[in-house]
Design a binder for this molecule. Structure first.
Ligand SMILES: Nc1ncnc2c1ncn2[C@@H]1O[C@H](COP(=O)(O)OP(=O)(O)OP(=O)(O)O)[C@@H](O)[C@H]1O
Length: 275
């Protein structure tokens, strides 16, 4: 039974179709990437996965339980299985770092004050932020805020973590540190991750599986490990994203066969590998 399974999801805003025929599975310990060009519906998919938006049709299931078929108590129980790191880290500015991390522990666990603080300090230590427990978010750099956001997301021991562009706005070194941190957290907790990302080095370094959403056809055009997809020439749009190539425009030869030739100039094995 998959931790998360999405079956033939259709996403709409009113009459406007965003994506259809979206199916995916995320198992324990998997790092799953949601990829695609700007505006294709990645963040919208994430919002469907965390129960913020109801599907137009299709199903989002956790451990085989359909989120939208559950009653409110059932949905709360399912929500307890996951944590979320928003793009901005979304820390409460009026609370200290420690108080921010304590929040999900207060809301989601029955731990007493002492145990809550112990756990909050433990996860802050994991992300290297134990020395900033009494600081306020305004005193932190972007990378530090993301690390605190990650500590808050993992504090209540979720099985699944959703990360919306975790590397956005970070310099390459901070971005690489965040990748290492995600791998470290997976190692420590066995949690699975679903991440929206445009960062190719990060996708190639840490993602085990993924889905590629296409803005034009409004359905997924590729499934698989990003590092493998970059070598397979499945579709010109996938190549353009994963191999940083410009897709041929208004060209009758935009099929998968033509894409193979199109990609030859900058094969991934000739690109600089992620450090
Ligand atoms: N609340 C909303 N109401 C109506 N349309 C929306 C809403 N939110 C997003 N959209 C539209 O849905 C489409 C997909 O948006 P989304 O933010 O999911 O794309 P994305 O792939 O995450 O983009 P980016 O990579 O630029 O962040 C866009 O055309 C966007 O304008």
């Amino acid at each position: 039974m998959s931790l998360l399974a999405v079956h033939d999801l259709e996403m709409r805003f009113g009459d406007r179709l965003i994506q259809e025929h979206v199916s995916l599975k995320v198992d324990e310990g998997c790092i799953f990437a949601v990829m695609g060009g700007s505006g294709c519906g990645k963040s919208t998919l994430l919002k469907h996965l965390v129960g913020l938006l109801p599907p137009a049709s299709g199903a989002v299931c956790y451990d085989g339980v359909n989120f939208w078929d559950s009653d409110e108590a059932g949905r709360d129980a399912l929500r307890a299985k996951f944590g979320m790191l928003f793009q901005s880290a979304a820390l409460w500015s009026s609370m200290t770092v420690l108080e921010n991390v304590l929040l999900p522990l207060t809301q989601r666990t029955k731990l007493d004050d002492k145990a809550r603080e112990k756990r909050a300090r433990e996860v802050l230590e994991w992300v290297g932020m134990e020395g900033s427990a009494d600081a306020f978010p305004a005193d932190l750099s972007g990378g530090m805020k993301k690390r605190v956001g990650l500590a808050r997301a993992i504090a209540a021991e979720p099985q699944l973590l959703f990360l919306d562009e975790p590397s956005a706005g970070l310099d390459p070194i901070s971005s690489r540190r965040l990748d290492d941190l995600i791998l470290d957290i997976r190692e420590r907790t066995g949690a699975a991750f679903v991440l929206v990302s445009h960062e190719l080095p990060s996708l190639f370094a840490i993602a085990d599986d993924g889905i590629f959403l296409d803005a034009d056809s409004k359905h997924p055009i590729a499934h698989g490990k990003p590092a493998d997809l970059a070598k397979q020439h499945i579709h010109p749009t996938v190549d353009a994203f994963l191999r940083r190539e410009v897709p041929p425009e208004d060209d009758a030869s935009t099929g998968a066969g033509a894409a193979a030739d199109h990609g030859a100039a900058t094969a991934p094995d000739k690109q600089k590998e992620p450090a």
